[in-house]
Design a protein around this ligand. Structure first.
Ligand code: C2E
Ligand code: MG
Ligand code: MG
Length: 693
């Protein structure tokens, strides 16, 4: 509050109908340089003046010709704005002066008892009082309208005042809390120590702030942000504690949802890695005390990337949601399913006994994934590879268990997908080697360390060459000749396969052109194409353009796709296959019989050749299932008007059996191993056409 500012000019209006009194007052105030006096003599003039000028104080005679008494005062007060009002009364009605002050005037003076100094001081004080009143009205308004609840107690912590927000938040009326200890609001959630610390802070620092749970009159417990300050004092009579608080229920809910977001995967709603880690760490602690075991199962979906790449992210996302729901559905409530990102999930199973029990869990997961997912008009076959690490055998902390489950998962993938694999310490060395090989593969692409070998495909009837299959070889400087079965899976996982595959096709075309120049114009090459390469919608067109660039006939190229590539993604595969066939490029299904092709489906595909996997050709003449399977495949191919190549023929007995069963074309070590182009030409001159290989 400002002090008296006697030197600032003050505009004072004297309202008096008695000219003598007016002159007297004017004469008294004349000597004070900071007073600017104006005089009027009626209520009407007064109100008119107030309407036009800014006035700091009014000296008001309570008896005017056109108004008097309480009515006059009320009217002037209603129109005076920020001006202070001092009533001038006769000596006989001092009582009226008090009435005037009660109604809102700042002071009264008894006419005739006014000295120079008194009137001057009365004006200054009245102005100051008026200002103070305005200020405190403002404070009242703030306190009454503010959203924060305010609770003021005396030094003994008895509530002396509360504001409307306090009543709204707590549900108590002022009369129910005044005189009470704020303990009345406590929820019981904070212990004695909490309140001791609070009072200690108030005594030491004069303030405390923090979160506190209180109970409303309705019984509901809610969180509030409370800030208490000690004001006044130090004597107990003037000391007050002012508590200002905000109901932070909504804020808490927001905080809670943020916390949920931080701990859950937004797509599937499953716990994320962070929450998983927390749960695993707790489970480890528990298992250690309990001498029990926990299992971490790392699940990676097979073929998910192909779905995502070819059908788009929206379908991929939906697939992940469906998978999440299935996983949650088959596991125990006490198990945690978390999504680590991409198509990687982690399952925490506590209190697992034996390996058999773990196998059972893995089996349930595999079963959950086995049924095809119908999505956006596609039938998607997913399946997943699972790696398992067990506490305490495979690691004593979260990172180690994670890493080992990951390693085991890679092993499962390597073993042919859709399987599960327990961690074994030897795997670690393998994982390191795999990473190293990936780095070396990158280098190999840059260094041009790949070459293509060619394996003849022969017509059994005519003993003539019908084509060759191009098989890649990695001539690694450090490792020597690395077979594709070792590095192709790594290239596929790391997506290096796109670059490698592009090189294979390019090189096969170059070789065909070289053979043409060397006088072998009609050669036909089959190249192996990976799922990822094939998922590229521009594949057929790129291949056709390449053939044209090398001036090759489209029929000189055949694309070999494994059964799983064809089945992984039927819809986009069909479109791509049609584009290839429309361009006159042949397509064969490689390793047939090892996947899960449905026959009804196969007949809808524009496929020219089926290659019977060598596992069925092996010892086909002996008494085993292979003969039946080969017969069935041959029957099928005939019905669908597809040609057949039997792979991996090694012996005369196998050849004879195949010929008897009606097979037409063969490929295998019995005739020739895959070999470099130069060797192939000498082989053709030397061995081709011989009746016995
Ligand atoms: P695949 O396409 O089924 O190729 C046939 C594999 O069987 C070749 O192994 C071949 O050497 C082998 N083989 C042929 N005849 C016989 C036989 O009589 N007995 C035995 N035991 N094996 C025989 P290779 O060259 O090691 O290739 C393995 C696999 O790697 C291929 O299987 C194919 O899936 C993949 N691959 C090879 N080259 C490429 C390529 O350029 N791109 C892609 N994506 N994959 C390739
Ligand atoms: Mg092949
Ligand atoms: Mg094959």
């Amino acid at each position: 509050m400002t002090g008296l500012q006697s030197d600032a000019p003050k505009s004072v209006l004297l309202v008096d109908d008695n000219p003598l009194d007016s002159q007297l007052a004017a004469a008294r105030l004349e000597r004070f340089a900071d007073i600017r006096l104006s005089c009027v003599s009626s209520q009407a003039e007064c109100l008119d003046f107030l309407g036009k000028h800014k006035v700091d104080a009014i000296l008001l005679d309570a008896h005017l010709p056109d108004g008097e008494g309480v009515e006059l005062i009320d009217r002037v007060l209603a129109n005076c704005g920020p001006a202070a009002v001092i009533i001038l009364t006769g000596s006989d009605d001092e009582q009226f002066g008090l009435t005037a002050v009660n109604r809102g005037c700042q002071d009264f003076l008894v006419k005739g008892a006014i000295h120079n100094q008194i009137i001057y001081r009365a004006i200054l004080y009245a102005i100051e009082r008026k200002r103070g009143e305005a200020q405190s009205r403002l404070y009242d308004e703030v306190i009454n309208t503010i959203h924060e609840g305010i609770c003021i107690t005396d030094a003994r912590a008895n509530i002396v005042s509360v504001n409307p927000a306090f009543c709204r938040i707590t549900g108590y009326q002022p009369s129910e809390v005044i005189g009470q200890n704020p303990r009345l609001l406590s929820s019981g959630r904070q212990d004695e120590g909490f309140y001791q610390a609070l009072w200690e802070a108030l005594r030491q620092q004069g303030a405390w702030r923090g979160e506190i749970w209180n109970r409303a009159k309705s019984g509901e417990i809610y969180p509030q942000w409370l800030s208490i300050s000690a004001v006044g004092g130090p004597d107990p009579d003037s000391l007050r504690y002012v508590g200002v608080f905000l109901d932070i229920t909504a804020l808490k809910a927001h905080e809670h949802s943020l916390l949920h977001l931080a701990h859950h995967d937004s797509l599937t709603g499953l716990p994320n890695r962070l929450l998983l880690q927390d749960r695993v760490e707790r489970a480890i602690e528990f298992a250690r005390r309990d001498q029990s075991r926990i299992a971490l199962l790392f699940l990676d979906l097979d073929h998910f990337k192909i779905v995502n790449d070819s059908l788009g992210h929206a379908v991929g996302d939906e697939l992940l949601k469906r998978v999440s729901a299935r996983l949650s559905g088959v596991l125990r409530r006490s198990d945690t399913v978390a999504r680590l990102g991409g198509d990687e999930f982690m399952i925490l199973a506590s209190d697992v006994g034996s390996a058999a029990e773990i196998a059972e869990i893995a089996g349930k997961i595999a079963e959950a994934l086995a049924a095809p997912v119908e999505l956006a008009g596609h039938t998607l076959n997913i399946g997943g590879s699972i790696g398992v690490a067990v506490f305490p055998e495979d690691g004593g902390d979260f990172p180690t268990l994670m890493q080992h489950a990951d390693t085991a998962m890679y092993r499962a993938k390597h073993n042919g997908r859709n399987t599960f694999c327990l961690f074994d310490p030897h795997m670690n060395a393998e994982a390191v080697d795999r990473l190293r090989m990936e780095a070396e593969l990158r280098q190999a692409i840059a260094n041009g360390e790949f070459e293509l070998h060619y394996q003849p495909q022969i017509d059994l009837g005519t003993r003539r060459l019908i084509g060759v299959e191009a098989l890649i070889r990695w001539n690694c400087r450090k490792r020597g000749l690395v077979p594709p079965s070792v590095f192709i899976p790594i290239a596929e996982e790391s997506n290096l396969i796109s670059q490698i595959g592009a090189w294979v096709i390019e090189e096969a075309c170059r070789q065909l052109a070289r053979w043409r120049e060397a006088g072998l114009p009609g050669m036909r090459v089959a190249v192996n194409v990976s799922a990822r390469q094939f998922a590229n919608s521009a594949f057929a067109e790129t291949l056709a353009r390449l053939l044209e660039r090398h001036r090759l006939d489209h029929s000189q190229m055949e694309v070999e796709l494994t059964e799983s590539t064809v089945m992984a993604n039927p819809k986009t595969t069909i479109a791509q296959l049609h584009r290839l066939r429309a361009a006159g490029i042949q397509v064969s299904v490689d390793d047939f019989g090892t996947g899960y092709s449905s026959l009804s489906y196969l007949k809808r595909l524009p496929i020219s050749t089926i290659k019977i996997d060598r596992s069925f050709v092996h010892d086909v003449h002996a008494e085993n299932d292979n003969a039946a399977i080969v017969a069935a495949i041959l029957g099928l191919a005939k019905a669908l008007d597809m040609s057949i190549i039997a792979e991996g023929v090694e012996t005369e007995a196998e050849e004879n059996h195949l010929r008897g069963a009606g097979a037409i074309a063969v490929q295998g070590f019995r005739y020739a191993r895959p070999m470099p182009p130069a060797a192939l030409v000498s082989w053709m001159r030397r061995d081709l056409g011989r009746t016995a290989f």
